[in-house]
Design a protein around this ligand. Structure first.
Ligand code: NAD
Length: 317
């Protein structure tokens, strides 16, 4: 017998990312019901059945394939529908195909759950977060993108490997575009309260500047490396989405580098969707933290925002 749902989540797109996210959400214990919507209905039905059987072995979560009307009552819409990168493609290369999918599919879903927080995943995620915001007519605080939550995790993972410290003791953020122009905030990174620049590096890593260049390169290249080998990425983003969804459903007020539409923050004067450290709770973005960036980081963020802005302008929304 299924218990009353703790939270209902709609996942649009039952591909690698959508289904891995459903799988991760089952483990999280924060969702009571998941609806999978995909233009390939048979795929959504097959995935929902398989996931339902999996859930039986963990906890009661109601999972089904559905139409937009079945999304009624959802508190989060996780939007993963669309094409993914082929080897060699950048995220920005996908923009026209995927913007058309967002414009076509999102309004009908939203009609049935107007109170939901939208969580965009489809790439290029920042540009599509902007498109979703325009299409939905919702306040910017209710339209989020997974942004650089995953990149921040990759950053901490690499620092953890190189420094031999548990990533839970490493605080470091990546902001800007989820993509090639993202900005790693070395100046604000600390390990158990010690700034990275003061932290004693292992003997093999004595050149701090080179160390930073290598880490930046590896974080930016992480998705390309995975796609070259397995064709897509799924587990990292699935857990990043689970983390964001938990923060919304539990009103956690957790700081996460999601993407959202901003203007006149961090010196960015033009409206753009970009990742910044945001406080996330029931209504979505509750605030944006004003991090004291180093001058170089501020310039890099401006460059990242300008890059995204140019793509947004191309779409002529
Ligand atoms: P996939 O091809 O496995 O799945 C996409 C699914 O969307 C397919 O099942 C397809 O039938 C469905 N779809 C297409 N148009 C639709 C529509 N109009 N309505 C409903 N469903 C529709 O792709 P994937 O690997 O799951 O990736 C999905 C997206 O997520 C891609 O754009 C990818 O680049 C992006 N992604 C983002 C991140 C991130 O960090 N933001 C990470 C990984 C992947």
């Amino acid at each position: 017998m299924l218990e009353e749902s703790t939270g209902k989540v709609a996942i649009i797109g039952a591909g690698f990312v959508g289904t891995s996210t459903a799988f991760a959400l089952i483990f999280s214990g924060v969702v009571g019901e998941i609806v999978l919507v995909d233009i390939n209905k048979a795929k959504a039905e097959g995935e929902a059945l398989d996931l339902s059987h999996a859930a039986t072995l963990i906890r009661p979560v109601k999972i089904r394939a559905g139409e937009p009307r079945d999304c009624a009552g959802s508190r989060v819409i996780i939007f993963t529908a669309g094409a993914n990168q082929r080897p060699g493609e950048t995220r920005l290369d996908l923009v026209h195909r995927n913007a058309a999918i967002v414009r076509e599919a999102l309004p009908e879903i939203l009609e049935h759950c107007p109170q939901a927080v939208i969580l965009m995943v489809t790439n290029p995620v920042d540009v599509l977060t902007y498109v979703a915001w325009k299409v939905s007519g919702l306040p910017p605080s209710r339209v989020l993108g997974s942004g650089t939550v995953l990149d921040s995790a990759r950053f901490r993972h690499l620092l953890s490997l190189k420094l031999g410290i548990d990533p839970r003791n490493i605080h470091g953020y990546v902001i800007g575009e989820h993509g090639d122009t993202e900005v790693l905030l070395f100046s604000l990174t600390n390990i158990a309260g010690i700034g990275l620049d003061e932290f004693p590096l292992p003997e093999t890593l004595q050149d701090r500047d080179l160390f930073k260049v290598e880490i930046s390169h590896q974080v930016r290249e992480a998705a390309y490396e995975i796609i070259r080998r397995k064709g897509y990425t799924s587990y990292g983003v699935a857990l990043a989405l689970t983390r964001i969804t938990e923060a919304i459903l539990h009103n956690e007020k957790r700081v996460l580098t999601v993407s959202s539409v901003i203007k006149d923050l961090y010196g960015l004067q033009e409206e753009v969707a970009v990742s910044l450290p945001c406080i996330i709770g029931r209504e979505g973005r509750l605030g944006v933290l004003p991090l004291p960036l180093a001058p170089g980081e501020r310039l890099a963020l401006q460059h990242s925002a300008d890059t995204l802005r140019r793509v947004i302008e191309e779409l002529k929304l």
